[in-house]
Design a protein around this ligand. Structure first.
Ligand code: HEM
Length: 407
């Protein structure tokens, strides 16, 4: 794997060059949302020379177009900085029409109502069990909850031994938070080995986990044929890479906000029915995903010349704080869309729109339903310094919480 050196190509006009390193900027660590909201003062499209050079789109509706227009912005190269010969993840690294057949497997098999039948009760049981494990009146929310619940649900869906939870948490950390390429590769390699071993075991005993995610995958076909081992492996790696760190990151921001805003928290404790609508506003306000695309060919787009191969960032945090789409964007307003759920791009847009959104929303909703009433006077532990980790997903490094424990 080679990472390209930083550069400003000749076709980029100097007035469009503005530095923004979504992986490392100190400003993002100190004040992520203020830094992202400041994109409202930048051009609709600019070029950052960081991370090998890439375009940044700052308007929500244009970001949705970058997600959707595979004729212009291909998903065949998703990494920023660009990686030579990246691992192909099904379905994410494919454009339609190849993408379409794979994607059907997610809707009809993997995430079918049957495959997700026990998701709600599983999420509630595991949430309660993690809550019961907290010391009276305090926890370090990232380590004791947000990293654990998504991995536990994932292992349940795989029909896999929960004893592997802490290994998986380490691999996810290496993949998404690795400080060097070696650490990232180490995480991928370990997860790859685990998934290959699991698949081989499942194939040897295909009746072992009836109704589980694996059975749904084995039953699925593409173009009238069964999936190959490599395709099943790629799908499972995709779920591992797409479904764990994202939910964790999202949980950290939502719980921090709940701890810092007693009015919003009291509103949800009093009206748990309002949680689904409130959740969408928080998904908008605290977008987490930095997703890459690549210009598919030379073209002009909203007055900007793109050259084939240019990396392009579609950022859901930037889309959610676009003041043209969401007036006063930093304000959390559960009534922003009246009684309806605010429409946002936190799960992307177009053919790649997140197929795990139902899974994520269920875990987040159950978290709020179960934790908020159990944590009266919730607050950040006094003196705690909260560090934000920028990157492919924006996440908090730790979140020490306190509340009034029942006597
Ligand atoms: C709050 C949590 C989550 C967020 C914010 C999120 C966000 C996103 C976004 C923005 C995309 C679009 C990527 C693109 O256009 O290239 C996406 C795709 C995807 N997500 Fe999620 N996701 C979350 C949870 C999950 C979960 C729980 C799963 C499954 C276990 C999952 C599986 C996937 C898959 C498989 C794709 C690729 C879809 C495709 O390429 O067609 N995600 N997600």
């Amino acid at each position: 794997m080679t990472i390209h050196a930083a550069t400003v190509p000749a076709h980029v006009p100097p007035e469009r060059v503005i530095r923004f390193d979504f992986r490392n900027d100190d400003a993002l660590r100190r004040d992520p949302w203020g830094t992202i909201a400041a994109m409202n003062d930048r051009p609709d499209i600019f070029f950052s020379p960081d991370l090998g050079g890439y375009w940044v789109v700052t308007r929500g509706d244009l970001i949705a177009e970058v997600f959707s227009r595979h004729d212009l912005f291909t998903a065949t190269s998703l990494a920023i900085p660009k990686i030579e010969n990246p691992m192909k993840l099904i379905p994410n690294s494919f454009d339609p029409p190849e993408h379409t057949g794979y994607r059907r497997i997610f809707a009809q098999n993997l995430f079918s109502p049957r495959a997700l039948a026990t998701l709600e009760e599983d999420s509630r049981r595991h949430t309660r069990s993690l809550l019961a494990g907290f010391a009276a009146g305090r926890c370090e929310f990232v380590g004791e909850f947000a990293t654990r619940l998504p991995v536990e649900i994932f292992l349940l869906m795989m029909g896999c031994d929960l004893a592997r939870r802490d290994d998986c948490i380490l691999w996810v950390r290496d993949i998404f938070r690795g400080r060097t390429l070696e650490e990232t590769v180490r995480g991928f390699t370990a997860a790859d080995g685990f998934i290959r071993e699991w698949l081989a075991e499942q194939l040897a005993d295909a009746d072992a986990n009836p109704g589980g995610m694996f059975q749904a995958m084995v039953r699925s076909t593409i173009d009238g044929r069964a999936l190959t081992f490599e395709e099943m492996h790629s799908i499972t790696m995709m779920l591992f890479a797409g479904g764990l760190d994202t939910v964790t990151s999202q949980m950290t921001h939502i719980m921090r906000f709940m701890a810092e805003s007693p009015e919003h928290r009291a509103y949800l404790v009093d009206r748990p029915d309002a949680i689904p609508v409130a959740l969408e506003e928080m998904l908008r306000r605290f977008g987490i995903s930095h997703i890459g695309r690549m210009a598919a060919r030379d073209f002009e787009y909203h007055g900007v010349a793109f050259k084939a191969g240019d990396p392009v960032l579609a950022s859901t945090p930037i889309s959610g704080l676009d003041a043209r789409a969401f007036p006063d964007p930093l304000r959390v307003d559960f009534g922003r869309a009246g009684k309806r759920r605010v429409k946002h791009w936190g799960f992307g847009a177009g053919p790649h729109l997140c197929p795990g959104a139902f899974l994520a929303r269920t875990q987040l909703r159950v978290m709020l339903e179960e934790l908020l009433p159990a944590m009266p006077d919730l607050r950040i532990a006094p003196g705690a310094e909260i560090e934000t980790l920028p990157g492919a997903t924006i996440m908090l490094a730790s979140l020490p919480l306190k509340w009034s424990a029942a006597r």
